[in-house]
Design a protein around this ligand. Structure first.
Ligand code: NDP
Ligand code: OXD
Length: 310
């Protein structure tokens, strides 16, 4: 049984391949070498995978993704319909997504962004008290990430709703399901938090037509994928006052090019795809458990539904 560890990132072999090999003794794990020949891989462990992964290794039967989002894998040529795609579930990321969302929400709702501006001017000016009822929060995607985000924000007494394909019942979180209920969800939401996976159905979901259905003076916090946002629609919505600000972790092109207009817009806060980092120990433990289950023929969690793309 050969496993290829396929990543274009400069990951340290000692930190990744050695512990994976120790945890999966019944297989041989090979590193990816650019210009190298096939190792006859049966399985792959992938993160930022090389473009020619499936062309060089046509025998791969299952891919274990070292992250939650599998959109990059689906863009690779040669991923056969019969190949199973398995993703990481949480592994320490959901709590980080919740922290990121709370940071951006609280910065806006408690006006800490305004206090940062006032400090630069050496001005001692108390802003009006928060009216929590006016800070309605809506979470797009109620999976592993969105659930933790919504629960955390609900615990801070903000009015929270969650939208997903099937609808999720959570105490303190209003449920919205499917495309039919999206307009009602948007209409009650002021702070929109995106934790969706990128699929053919969710690409471009953050666009003029949807964002202008939010409550006036809205904020956008996006941690899903860059292609959820139609980037050219954002600044006109900020100019019109429909949106007051945006905190973005993900972009159509990453790294965000220096010439991109978002960099110099003070209404937009930018982070370099760090809302949640894959934590090495948790990720190695989870992926090796999944591979060992697969090798023993046991059922797995985190298997991506190929027809839905997540
Ligand atoms: P899950 O698969 O657990 O959850 C996905 C959620 O999105 C589900 O609630 C699902 O609905 C919902 N959904 C998917 N498609 C649709 C649709 N067409 N309409 C309505 N709802 C839909 O994924 P995770 O929560 O683990 O991860 C979500 C994404 O977060 C990842 O794919 C990745 O892109 C992003 N991410 C970003 C990180 C960062 O650092 N910026 C870090 C980690 C993840 P249902 O429940 O009905 O299936
Ligand atoms: C992920 C990410 O999908 O880090 O895991 O973006």
């Amino acid at each position: 049984m050969n496993i290829i560890f396929a990543s274009t990132l400069d990951l340290d072999d000692d930190a990744w391949i050695k512990p994976l090999q120790a945890a999966i003794p019944s297989a041989r794990i090979h590193g990816w070498s650019h210009n190298g020949a096939s190792v006859g891989a049966d399985l792959a462990i992938a993160w930022n995978p090389p473009q020619d992964l499936f062309q060089r290794e046509p025998g791969i039967k299952a891919v274990f993704n070292l992250g939650a989002g599998v959109d990059a894998l689906f863009r690779l040529p040669g991923l056969g319909d019969g190949v199973s795609v398995v993703r990481i579930e949480d592994a320490g990321m959901a709590v980080q997504m919740a922290e990121y969302a709370v940071y951006a929400l609280v910065r806006a709702s408690r006006q800490f962004d305004e206090y940062e501006r006032l400090q630069k001017l050496k001005r001692w000016e108390q802003q009006p008290d928060i009216q929590r009822g006016k800070w309605t929060v809506g979470v797009l995607g109620m999976g592993v990430m969105g659930t933790r985000v919504a629960q955390t924000i609900a615990s801070l007494d903000y009015p929270v709703a969650g939208w997903s394909r099937s609808g999720k019942d959570l105490p303190g979180v209003q449920k919205f399901a499917g495309a039919d209920e999206l307009p009602a969800f948007l209409a009650r939401t002021r702070v929109l938090i995106n934790t969706l996976p990128l699929t053919s159905e969710t690409r471009g979901i953050l666009r003029r037509e949807t964002l202008q259905q939010l409550q006036p003076g809205a904020y956008l916090i996006s941690m899903g994928r860059g292609a959820h946002l139609v980037e050219e629609d954002l600044q006109p919505l900020l100019d019109s006052g429909q949106l007051l600000g945006a905190t973005l972790d993900v972009f159509q092109q990453e790294p965000l090019p220096e010439s991109h207009p978002f960099w110099s817009d003070p209404r937009i806060t930018i982070t370099p795809h760090v809302a949640a980092a894959s934590l090495r120990e948790e990720t190695i433990e989870q992926v090796s458990n999944k591979i060992n289950c697969y090798l023993r023929g046991e059922p797995l969690t985190g298997v991506v539904a190929r027809d839905r793309g997540y």
